[in-house]
Design a protein around this ligand. Structure first.
Ligand SMILES: Nc1ncnc2c1ncn2[C@@H]1O[C@H](COP(=O)(O)OP(=O)(O)O)[C@@H](O)[C@H]1O
Ligand SMILES: [Mg+2]
Length: 159
């Protein structure tokens, strides 16, 4: 699905829409956040982490690579691969140990192999004003979620 995000609040609202359809158990889910610098990846990630129940700051994982958030019933890993030069380096951040959590990945293009294992992909790009967004389901369960968001967006616009 594609949509226009007029401002940062709209980017955050999209995170809310995704949260509304996520299953209670998100262990092993991977969401890829793509887009150039300033496109709104962190805005989306921050809004999602907060709406999932985190109180407090959501610092950028640019230097730490991974910021974990232990919440009741789930763990979120906010991951930033900007500083990763090639896929091999993923093992330094212990990628395989992050399977118990909900992985939100900025700059996933640094590790193209992630596409095959991911559930959702959000591509953000600059528009004349605001941003354009494309939300795509990669796995079967991811596709089902996108259909749900699409359906609720349609019924809202008919209100
Ligand atoms: N839909 C939008 N329209 C206009 N500005 C936005 C939108 N979404 C986010 N922003 C703003 O863009 C700036 C960069 O966002 P950020 O999330 O840090 O980008 P990224 O992580 O992709 O580099 C922030 O000031 C944010 O408020
Ligand atoms: Mg960012």
């Amino acid at each position: 699905m594609t949509l226009h995000l007029a401002d940062a609040e709209a980017t955050a609202a999209l995170a809310g829409q995704l949260h509304a359809v996520l299953p209670p158990d998100t262990a092993g889910w991977t969401v890829l956040l793509e887009g150039e610098l300033g496109a709104g990846k962190s805005t989306f990630a921050r809004a999602l982490i907060k709406t999932m129940g985190h109180r407090g700051a959501v610092p950028s994982p640019t230097y730490t690579l991974v910021e974990p958030y232990q919440l009741p019933g789930r763990i979120i890993y906010h991951i930033d691969l900007y500083r990763i030069a090639d896929e091999e380096e993923l093992r330094y951040l212990g990628w395989t140990e992050l399977e118990d959590g909900f992985r939100l990945v900025e700059w996933p293009d640094r590790a193209p192999g992630l596409m095959a294992a991911a559930d959702l992909r959000l591509e953000l790009s600059y528009a004349e004003s605001g941003r354009d967004a494309r939300l795509q389901g990669l796995s079967e369960r991811g596709k089902a979620l996108v259909r749900q968001i699409d359906d609720s967006a349609c019924s809202n616009s008919q209100d």
